[in-house]
Write a protein that binds this ligand. Sequence first.
Ligand code: FES
Length: 339
Amino acid sequence: MTRFYFDEQSVESLEGETVLDALIRQGHSLNYSCRKGACKTCLVQHTGGDIPSGAQRGLTSELKSDAYICACQCKPTQDLKLKSILVQNLFITAHIHEKQYLSDSVVKILVEPSEEVSHSAGQYINLRRFDGLTRSYSITNDPDSKLIELHIRRKYNGQFSDWLFNHASVGESLLIQGPWGDCCYRSEYKNDTLILIGTGTGLGPVYGIIRDALSQGHKGEIYLYHGAKNEADLYHHSKLLKLMLEHRNMTYLACVEQMGSGKSSTRVQTGDPFEVAMSFHQFDSQTLSDSPQRVFLCGEPNFVNKGQELVFLNGTPLDRIHALSYEYKDLRKVPRDGN
Ligand code: FES
């Protein structure tokens, strides 16, 4: 048993528990989402004792120097002292500027922050609504706009996504935190071959990364594979076909689980997008030495994790694999059954 302090209250943690586990077990209300150190929803501030190793892994140098730690990554040490965050220190105010339905299940939200936020397509932000419920969403537009574009898929029983999809209206106030993540385009990638694979609304950040690359005059080849359940889920299909016609170095292919009974659209085939990509590209070190390539994977965790592992095991170094997975977890003390 280890005793630590949270907001000056004594908390006892059991063997192997993280600060987050111990606080939740003892009835404290603390936001959390991924429990993997990725979303930064569970940040608390360190005020005394040694900072346990790993508690600040993945945080920016600014967050580290301000003594923030991830409660889900922190194994408490005896007499560690922590306090809850001041929301105004980590979040800024924003509002919904525009809302547009892209398909039966995907809505585009444009968020306008009250101050300038430097962002890139493929990074993510946390959105916090009036009751404190917080979710992470990936950014789908390039850095030139002061508005932040998000593509939200309505999830079955998804409290936040359902609210955004059906109820939140233009002008609605929100708080935003971030952005974070390195699944985005950098000018030094200019001559690399980019292979981007996205499933579902993973297309949003992937599409933004491609537009960012093209606007920066990317010279290498760009390949995009978008996976969806069926052709109705292929939002932005015509825009991507147009982009492919306009840029000789860009190739796009949509991969669906099921084809409809009618005539299928151009550049659509059945199959898993990752397996289709594997059939066209080698991810081994020999290919890399001939033509440096970067792989971007965006979508559901199972798909992203499997893709990362396969690409890495084939010989692609980790610093050439950029991953953005959507973790949907409850942020409350008592998790819901679904999202
Ligand atoms: S970083 Fe702790 S819950 Fe996501």
